[in-house]
Ligand binder design. Structure first.
Ligand SMILES: Nc1nc2c(ncn2[C@@H]2O[C@H](COP(=O)(O)OP(=O)(O)OP(=O)(O)O)[C@@H](O)[C@H]2O)c(=O)[nH]1
Ligand SMILES: [Mg+2]
Length: 427
């Protein structure tokens, strides 16, 4: 931890959840506590209520809100964090009764993302999602807060047209702001989309690491890059915190037999990921959505790993990812009693910190993405030295024989390359 992170003492909060009979309720409360910690806050009190459905006005029932008020007063707390997204009137009503600020799950996740965002692209994506969240929640008392957060408004609020209410004016300002940010984002994503399409044209298979946040995706990427990447491929940021990665990084991996693929690392998931946020991050997630193979990294040492996998699969489905082959990689086995690496079909129990594990993972990737290889024999005439050089560099040559007409090689080629060099085939 650096000085900046330790300088501000964590704020004590109450977390409050409504159990409507969902079997994953308890897990979602654990997750909420982790999200709270990720935002430099600490859980002082936990409140639960079982109700068939939320109260339309106050979300919790009257008695529960009264209980919240008492706790706020007796413990001297200022913030209530709710386990679900609330309507603006529910937030306002609870705030009025309890005299505390209500932060709902969506706002909390947006806050964490805002704190983590480093690149212009990530910052724009988060800002758009934040403004979209605020739009239906505008009411006079929050204008001040909004001005400070978005930098929108300022002078523009003062010269509003006759007959236009303050609220309409604020909405219009925010909508304009969103539009501008979306235009700026579109310019950036157009460039990364072009890069992605170009890479696809180059014909290298693409493999994407996906999974729950903090599962070890970036560590796995770094391990593979360290072992199989060229020396100029940089390591990505890995850290024991939620949402360490918010951008997509792509690295080239070259196996000892010259076969190459592209590996991408991207943002992790959490349950009830806000819809606006997922939408705003669409371009970041495009790399996964278009991959030839997904590696779902799971924290095998976490008691909730099943729920985390379910969350990942739901999130993938919600961004339209279907029918992409998947390896399920149970990571951090070094923190469990399990033996590793152990492979069973398309599943691997491994540790991203263990070399033998990474080798096993590569074997599995290889089987999935290099299926369409064939072994062919080519006779390359002596005056086609450039082709021989190309194959020496890019393909796995099994044997070389110098004959009178040229160089005879037996080589592994993709169907595409076999087609391309078919005039030299002698088998
Ligand atoms: N003991 C152990 N720790 C691991 C292993 N793999 C990753 N970690 C640790 O787990 C933490 C999270 O790792 P990351 O690679 O940043 O996780 P991520 O999936 O990229 O997380 P986000 O980017 O936040 O979604 C880091 O502290 C890693 O050092 C492992 O195999 N064993
Ligand atoms: Mg990461």
């Amino acid at each position: 931890m650096n000085v900046a992170e330790t300088a501000i003492a964590p704020k004590e909060v109450i977390i409050a959840g409504l159990n409507t009979g969902d079997h994953s309720f308890e897990y979602s409360m654990t997750e909420l506590a982790n999200l709270v910690a990720a935002n430099n806050m600490v859980v002082k009190e936990e409140i639960r209520q079982s109700l068939e459905r939320p109260h339309p006005g106050t979300y919790f029932g009257k008695g529960k809100v009264a209980e919240l008020s008492e706790i706020v007063a007796s413990e001297n707390l200022t913030t209530i964090v709710t386990n679900d997204e609330l309507t603006s009137s529910q937030i306002r009503n609870i705030e009025t009764i309890t005299k505390a600020t209500v932060l709902d799950r969506t706002a909390l996740i947006l806050d964490i993302f805002a704190n983590r965002a480093q690149t212009r692209e990530a910052k724009l994506q988060v800002q758009i999602a934040q403004l979209q969240y605020q739009l239906p929640r505008l009411h006079t008392s929050v204008n001040q807060r909004l001005d400070q957060q978005t930098g929108a408004g300022g002078g523009s609020f003062t010269n509003r047209g006759a007959g236009e209410s303050q609220l309409e004016m604020d909405r219009r300002t925010i909508k304009n702001h969103i539009k501008h940010l979306q235009e700026e984002l579109a310019d950036i994503t157009k460039a990364s989309e072009t890069q992605r399409v170009q890479r696809e044209k180059n014909g290298l298979p693409t493999v994407a690491l996906v999974g729950y946040t903090n599962a070890g995706k970036s560590t796995t990427m770094n391990g593979l890059v360290r072992k199989y990447g060229s020396s100029d491929e940089k390591q990505v940021f890995e850290k024991n915190m939620l949402f360490a990665t918010l951008d997509t990084s792509v690295r080239q991996i070259t196996l000892p037999d010259q076969k190459q693929f592209l590996l991408s690392d991207t943002v992790g998931f959490v349950s009830k990921l806000p819809h606006n946020l997922v939408k705003a991050f669409q371009s970041t997630l495009a790399e996964a959505a278009n991959a030839d193979l997904l590696i779902q990294v799971v924290d095998y040492a976490d008691d909730n790993s099943d729920a985390m996998m379910a969350t990942t699969n739901e999130t993938l489905a919600s961004i339209g990812v279907a029918d992409i082959p998947m390896i399920v990689a149970f990571n951090k086995a070094d923190m469990t009693d399990a033996k590793y690496p152990v492979r069973e079909g398309k599943q691997l129990v491994y540790s991203a910190r263990d070399d033998t594990s990474l080798e096993e993972l590569i074997t599995m990737i290889r089987e999935e993405v290099f299926q369409n290889y064939q072994t062919v024999t080519l006779l390359i005439p002596f005056d086609k030295g450039n082709i021989l050089n190309f194959l020496n560099e890019k393909a796995h040559i099994l044997s070389t024989d110098y004959v009178a007409e040229g160089t005879k090689i037996t080589v592994e080629l993709t169907d595409e390359s076999a087609q391309r060099f078919s005039e030299y085939r002698v088998d």
